[in-house]
Ligand binder design. Structure first.
Ligand code: C5P
Length: 233
């Protein structure tokens, strides 16, 4: 995996499936992977994946499961049954929960973990009783995810090098918070360009608004892919 080019995942953060489908049509062949999250899935359930699968796309179902091991194992199995190609769980659910998720994995699927939500800072971590530093906690949970047999983690761009050193180059890293150097940061605080994420060794980047709100989504996606391939910014 480490020598493969970094792949683009476009986040379908929409209320309406019609809007999501229009974006997928507009982006065309420039995008293979899409992320369906809680916003769309809570309204439409498995129907949210159908137009994507019909168009031959790959789906990252971002539902961040966190429950007892047996429930998470069955939830991952259900997610793969309805067509998800990538599924995630919260690493905070522990080793046994992540191992149960890994058991449900199939040969062509990826099951990954979220370490510490990027919306949490040091104070938020200590409020929930975590005394270690944020980066130590991210590293601890990434190592635990690897030990549990998961394929990788969702991480901030600024954690790629540290996680790669701790878990190796084949441990998949999926990186949100990506912005083109010329674009707006929106509400993202710690952003990285596609080229920098690729350079650092990310296997996937997740991009929402820079593509979904672009006047020409296909052109925006193609520019991101170009930057992933040549490390431009
Ligand atoms: O529009 P934008 O590119 O900011 O969207 C990023 C996507 O990645 C959203 O779906 C957001 O929820 C998700 N995400 C994130 N930061 C994380 C985890 C997920 O921005 N740490």
């Amino acid at each position: 995996m480490s020598n493969q080019p970094t792949q683009l995942i476009v986040a379908l953060d929409f209320d309406s499936l019609d809007e999501a489908t229009r974006l997928v049509d507009a982006a065309g062949a420039s995008v293979l992977w899409y992320k369906v999250g809680k916003q769309l899935f809570t309204r439409y359930g498995p129907d949210a994946l159908r137009p994507l699968k019909k168009a031959g796309k790959k789906v990252f179902l971002d539902l961040k499961f966190h429950d007892i091991p047996n429930t998470v194992r069955q939830a991952v199995r259900s997610a793969l049954d309805i067509g998800a190609d990538m599924v995630n769980v919260h690493a905070g659910g522990g080793l046994a929960m992540m191992a149960a998720a890994a058991e449900a994995r199939r040969p062509d699927s990826l099951v990954i973990a979220v370490t510490v939500l990027t919306s949490m800072d040091q104070q938020a971590l200590s409020q929930v009783g975590v005394q270690s530093s944020l980066s130590d906690q991210v590293e601890r949970l990434a190592r635990l995810a690897r030990q549990a047999g998961l394929d990788g983690v969702v991480a901030s761009g600024h954690e790629i090098t540290m996680i790669r050193a701790a878990c190796g180059p084949d441990f998949v890293q999926v990186i949100p918070g990506i912005r083109l150097a010329s674009g707006s940061a929106d509400d993202q605080k710690r952003i990285m360009t596609p080229g920098a994420a690729a350079e650092a060794g990310a296997q996937f980047i997740v991009v929402g608004r820079p593509v979904t709100r672009a006047d020409d989504p296909a052109a925006a996606a193609s520019e991101i892919v170009r930057q992933l391939e040549c490390g431009g910014s």
